[in-house]
Design a protein around this ligand. Structure first.
Ligand SMILES: [Zn+2]
Length: 322
């Protein structure tokens, strides 16, 4: 058995998972971010103990604890360098703290990486050795798995696909302090950014006109209008798809993934978005890389992070990869 938690700013998604990463039991607890988030790990541990008892298990029956956290992680030491959503500041060694609490091996990684590992093992990645996940939500996150291993890189920034500069005009500022990032043109916020920009520039007739003028536009409205044949909305979605294809063409020659998995809220646009990305991707990508790569949407939804956190224990403890 493996214990796993996907720790978020509002809730922690917890689970007891078997050695093949099937969920035995899953539940959520509210994240208590008071007192600089110092209660969070203890609350997770206490909840594990309580729920293990309901399935007649003890802590000692478990091979380890995998934790996903919303911030930059030094994977070797299991140290997080701040997590605004958790009210954690500075460097905190989560791995050693939770090992002391539980007496079990603990592995910690950031939420985008564990979600990638979850999709690799049990979702759209079909347990392939080389898989990439790009999460299109409010921002754009991601993770890369090469030869069954998450790629962390020299300082843990590998897989931060949201900050590939794809908009050479660098029209929009990114949260990272740079301009022109994929996140500024392909996240939910990015879709809205581009819609406002092109409406201003082109003054197209569109069903989105009222929402644009009221500044109440949401990404889903643009996708829905495009699917319904609104020419302006379709124009914007093609721009979004082209930026994504450009980023994917770079990713494809880095790790040559079998699957590029699109997750997050924007991925609910589904095959419609995939089809538009593929049109550009095929012409923009080095052919030997493109021919082996499939663009697919994520299948695990909110369970991806928790399953992937358990996947850390499967990979690094049970299968002994270091
Ligand atoms: Zn950025």
């Amino acid at each position: 058995m493996i214990l796993a938690a996907d720790i978020g700013g509002t809730t922690c998604k917890l689970g007891i998972v078997d050695n093949d990463l099937n969920i035995i039991k899953k539940w959520e607890i509210v994240t208590n971010t008071e007192d600089n988030g110092t209660h969070i790990l203890k609350n997770v541990y206490d909840s594990f103990v309580k729920h293990l008892a309901t399935v007649n298990l003890k802590i000692e029956d478990c091979a380890g604890v995998g934790l996903g956290v919303p911030g930059p992680v030094d994977f070797e030491s299991g140290t997080i360098n701040g997590a605004i959503n958790l009210n954690w500041h500075g460097k905190i060694n989560i791995k050693s703290q939770f090992e002391k609490l539980s007496g079990l091996p603990v592995y910690v990684d950031n939420d985008a990486n564990v979600a990638t590992l979850g999709e690799k093992f049990k979702g759209a990645g079909r347990n392939e050795a080389n898989v990439v996940c790009v999460t299109l939500g409010t921002g754009v996150g991601g993770g890369a798995i090469s030869n069954h291993q998450l790629v962390h890189g020299a300082t843990g920034a590998a897989g931060e696909f949201g900050h590939i500069t794809v908009d050479t005009k660098q029209r929009f500022a990114c949260n990272c302090g740079k301009r022109g990032c994929l996140e500024t043109v392909a996240s939910a916020t990015g879709v809205v950014n581009l819609t406002y920009y092109y409406y201003e520039e082109l003054q197209f007739e569109t069903v989105l006109k009222d929402a644009i003028q009221e500044k109440s536009l949401q990404a889903k409205m643009v996708f829905d209008a495009a699917k319904d044949g609104d020419e302006f909305a379709l124009y914007v979605i093609k721009k979004v798809a082209k930026h994504l294809a450009f980023a994917f063409s770079i990713i494809s020659v880095m790790t040559n993934p079998k699957y590029i998995i699109i997750g997050g809220g924007v991925s609910r646009a589904g095959q419609f978005l995939v089809d538009h990305i593929e049109t550009y991707y095929k012409t923009m990508t080095f052919a030997p890389a493109a021919e082996s790569t499939k663009i697919v949407t994520a299948t695990l939804g909110n369970d991806a992070g928790m399953i992937g956190a358990a996947g850390l224990i499967k990979t690094y403890v049970m299968e002994g990869n270091k």
